[in-house]
Ligand binder design. Structure first.
Ligand code: SF4
Length: 394
């Protein structure tokens, strides 16, 4: 670290930032209180500062902002742009206006409301946590207790504790790393243990310096609106006077670029197998296990096979009870990217006799009514396959 505001200056910088945030924040639905929630907090509300309070002390004052709305928005905003999240968030809140209504929902309803946001393990974790929070009568405010809830990591725990309860808890995400890297002239990313600790120490100092909810949210907003990855608007920045990168003219070099994770090409076949079942046409679906690609997502079975004979062998080995099924290639090719996997899948189809292969399906496989596919398939890859099958599937 070469420069940036030290202890005595962090407070002045944090105050400048919160004043800027109060005047310039975007109006976003999760910043507004929900009419039925009983929370008085909202766009410009400032709960009494908790500076100096123990981070684990349960506060006596009302929350600054509804923790449920804070939590859902933060989970949705991981990996998804604000503009996309707004629509999802509003629809979600109409359907599950509070943690109790979410806790009562079926997993299929939750996955349906999440469909399109990807990373479906998050939606499942959200449901588990909603049930726990509802059973205990409300959200905990301490970082430690929040960290004990499924799907809530360091960042989200800090966000709920500070944004909702105004506790002096730090947060650190890509936006804050960029801001801190520039303000303090740090030419490294929080990769190794010591590097992480250096960033978290700074984040903690800022959360302790002034009103934590405003400061943390101000840092996020500054990273999103002003201290952008390219061409930061330094002339409009409330931290300009404190910023090492600005003084050195090194904004464009900080933070250093991340080493790119190599993408993995997945070539193979996706199989659509049909049979007549009790309730009409049924489709064979598979839920990959934890260690498999697309873990936990209901999909058509996918096989790493280079050609049709290879596919037939893989099919027989995975589904010996359906070994007699005739696999026929279709012309459709499905191209799709998920995280760092790039899929290029040929489609094969199998038609089985009535009720064939019902009794001895291996773990993870299931027959599902064709008419339910729009509801059951929440991930975009199997949805693309279903669309490519066209009327044949109807
Ligand atoms: S002065 Fe520029 S580089 Fe420094 S924090 Fe502000 S926007 Fe970022």
């Amino acid at each position: 670290m070469s420069a940036g505001p030290r202890a005595e200056n962090v407070r002045a910088a944090a105050e400048a930032l919160s004043a800027w945030f109060a005047a310039n924040q975007r109006e976003l639905p999760w910043r507004r209180p929900y009419a039925g929630s009983g929370f008085a907090g909202g766009m410009l509300a400032e709960a009494p500062a908790q500076s100096g309070a123990s981070a684990t002390t349960a506060i006596k004052t009302p929350p600054r902002r509804d923790p449920y709305r804070t939590w859902i928005s933060e989970i949705m905003l991981q990996q998804t742009q604000v503009a996309t999240v707004i629509g999802y968030f509003n629809r979600w809140m109409e359907r599950f206006p509070d943690v109790d209504s979410l806790a009562r929902a079926q997993e299929s309803e939750v996955l349906e409301a999440w469909a399109g946001l990807g990373y479906y393990s998050r939606a499942r974790n959200v449901l588990v946590t909603a049930r726990e929070v509802s059973a205990r009568g409300g959200f905990p405010s301490s970082r430690e207790e929040l960290l004990g809830l499924k799907g809530i990591g360091e960042y989200t725990a800090g966000a709920i504790a500070s944004l909702a309860f105004d506790l002096p808890e730090p947060i650190l995400d890509g936006n804050l790393v960029r801001v801190f890297s520039r303000v303090y002239g740090m030419d490294f990313l929080p990769d190794a243990k010591e590097q992480k600790a250096a960033y978290w120490d700074i984040a903690r100092a800022w959360a302790l310096a002034h009103k934590p909810g405003l400061v943390n949210e101000g840092l996020m907003e500054l990273g999103a609106l002003v201290c952008s990855p390219r061409n930061p608007a330094c002339d409009a920045c409330p931290l300009a006077a404190f910023c090492s990168a600005r003084a050195a003219g090194s904004q464009d070099r900080l933070p250093p670029a991340k080493a790119r994770k190599q993408s993995v090409d997945v070539e193979g076949y996706v199989v659509a197998a049909f049979r007549s079942g009790a309730a009409g046409l049924e489709v064979l679906l598979y839920t990959p296990g934890k260690e498999e690609r697309l873990a936990g997502l209901l999909t058509f079975p996918i096989f790493d096979a280079g050609d049709l004979p290879g596919l037939r062998m893989a099919w027989k080995s995975a589904l010996p009870g359906l070994a007699s099924a005739a696999l026929r290639p279709r012309t459709a090719i499905i191209s799709h990217g998920i995280t760092h996997h790039r899929y290029r899948l040929r489609v094969a189809e199998a038609r089985l006799g009535a009720r064939e292969g019902g009794a001895d399906l291996p773990a993870g496989y299931t027959w599902a009514p064709a008419g339910e596919m729009h509801r059951l398939l929440v991930s975009s890859l199997p949805r693309k396959v279903w669309e490519a099958l066209g009327p044949i599937a109807g």
